[in-house]
Design a binder for this molecule. Structure first.
Ligand SMILES: Cc1cc2nc3c(=O)[nH]c(=O)nc-3n(C[C@H](O)[C@H](O)[C@H](O)COP(=O)(O)OP(=O)(O)OC[C@H]3O[C@@H](n4cnc5c(N)ncnc54)[C@H](O)[C@@H]3O)c2cc1C
Length: 408
């Protein structure tokens, strides 16, 4: 292979969608990835149930992208959650809407979809080159590190879909940031998104409760309304879907104020007045644990959280205890390390890109997926935006090639 054209680097969902879009436009891409196989993070996402997208009004859907909405809106309107479902169906993968509105493939796994997708891409003429780690440019040439040594290719149009900077063992290590910084592309620093947090648990609590789920609570934090769900106590602190939902405002509060607290309502279905009345009943010879269980149904990890977070005088005072059950503050220390986050914010800012997702400083170089500077909660919003930007960048690149501007 001498001078493949066009080139896609990064074979996660964004890169594969870009390659598919290019193929449909008549440009069979050569796709490169550092890993031995495609879509490793996508496969990992399927381990706990692949949440492809979310069924809700498009307006609500778009709101989930916060500040990045204006730049992502056109991409998502052109590849909406409905389009995504039709696309999956075209690969022979039926989807369904779960009770929470989340859209999953039948079987919940990523592997069948990825297998069908890769086979279709091959039929479309797309060629894959695995174990090719992109190192940057040498003049006009793209330089790859491979098991056979260094290889160089000249691509007249290049689409980068290199992912964020978490779960580096699956390929997305964020090392590309250095390469783009050397090309004077202004990058937003990587920040953990959808991440867990450290909490200074006591040794006693950690031993008893690490690994236990805390179910059906309501959680809130500064500048964020209360939200219902579940989370998990870990050796280091807290993680899980409810924590991920609050992770951006918690992270921002830590950065801004140096401290932040998670405020929990341990019994969101019980009114404060009723709880005060129940816990205020005479305890007699009952232990506190029995009293909490009999009067409020508080047992297990929820009761342990009270013992862990409240001073003895509050535990002894029924009214103050009831108030704290409804408003338990857990001081948060810091986000877990970047590499553990489900996704990362930061990367290539939209201001560095034109409408076609091409780097204005590097004509012919397009970017897509999580490497762009946006963030969204879990719930299928991540994959939808990765696929949508992959499609938009693929279309942008096809337009660029059609106009002949690809002949640099
Ligand atoms: C545990 C987990 C569960 C998740 N669950 C969900 C979910 O249910 N729903 C959802 O919407 N999202 C989920 N996500 C997030 C989602 O998987 C990612 O947002 C998505 O995979 C990002 O797609 P991408 O194509 O932009 O990047 P990636 O999937 O990260 O792909 C980037 C590719 O680029 C390659 N690469 C990087 N650097 C180089 C280089 N220098 N040279 C060559 N190749 C390189 C990598 O090897 C990788 O294959 C989950 C993430 C994790 C970690």
């Amino acid at each position: 292979m001498q001078n493949p054209s066009p080139i896609v680097i990064g074979c996660g969902p964004a890169g594969l969608m870009a390659a598919e879009t290019l193929a449909r436009a008549g440009y069979a891409a050569h796709c490169f990835d550092a890993m031995p196989s495609v879509g490793r993070k996508f496969l990992m996402a399927g381990k706990s149930g692949l949440n492809l997208s979310h069924a809700e009004t498009l307006e609500n859907f778009l709101q989930r992208y916060g500040d990045a909405r204006p730049r992502l809106e056109a991409c998502i309107r052109a590849f909406s959650p409905d389009d995504l479902r039709a696309w999956a169906a075209g690969l022979g993968i039926a989807t369904f809407v779960g009770s929470s509105g989340r859209i999953f493939p039948e079987g919940m796994k990523a592997a069948p979809l990825l297998r069908a997708w890769r086979a279709r891409l091959r039929q479309q003429g797309v060629q894959f080159h695995m174990r090719h780690r992109w190192q940057g440019w040498q003049g006009e040439q793209l330089v790859f590190d491979t098991p056979e040594g260094e290889r160089r290719f000249r691509g007249n149009a290049v689409l980068l879909a290199l992912g964020g900077a978490s779960w580096s063992k699956l390929g997305s290590d964020g090392a590309w940031a250095q390469t783009l910084a050397e090309k004077k592309i202004p990058l937003a620093p990587f920040r953990p998104a959808n991440c867990g947090f450290d909490v200074a648990w006591s040794e006693h609590f950690r031993e008893r409760c690490a690994g236990l789920p805390v179910k059906n609570v309501s959680a809130a934090c500064p500048n964020f309304p209360p939200r219902r769900g579940d989370f998990v106590i870990t050796l280091h602190g807290v993680e899980g879907s409810l924590i991920y939902a609050l992770s951006a405002p918690l992270r921002d509060a830590l950065e801004r104020d140096g401290n932040a607290a998670l405020t929990l309502d341990l019994l969101p279905d019980v009114a404060s007045e009723r709880l005060i009345a129940e816990l205020g009943r005479p305890r007699g010879r009952d232990s506190l644990a029995n009293h909490l269980r009999r009067r409020a149904g508080l047992t297990g990890v929820k009761a342990q959280l009270l013992y862990e977070c409240l001073p003895p005088e509050t535990l002894r005072d029924a009214a103050r205890l009831a108030t704290r059950v409804k408003r338990l503050q857990i001081p948060i220390q810091r986000p877990r390390p970047l590499d553990e986050a489900i996704s990362t914010a930061g990367g290539v800012p939209f201001t560095a890109l034109n409408e076609s997702l091409m780097l204005t400083r590097l004509p012919g170089v397009f970017c897509a997926g999580e490497m762009l500077d946006w963030e969204a909660p879990t719930g299928g919003y991540l994959l939808t935006a990765c696929l949508a930007t992959g499609k938009a960048a693929g279309m942008g690149m096809a337009g660029w090639l059609r106009q002949g501007t690809g002949d640099r």
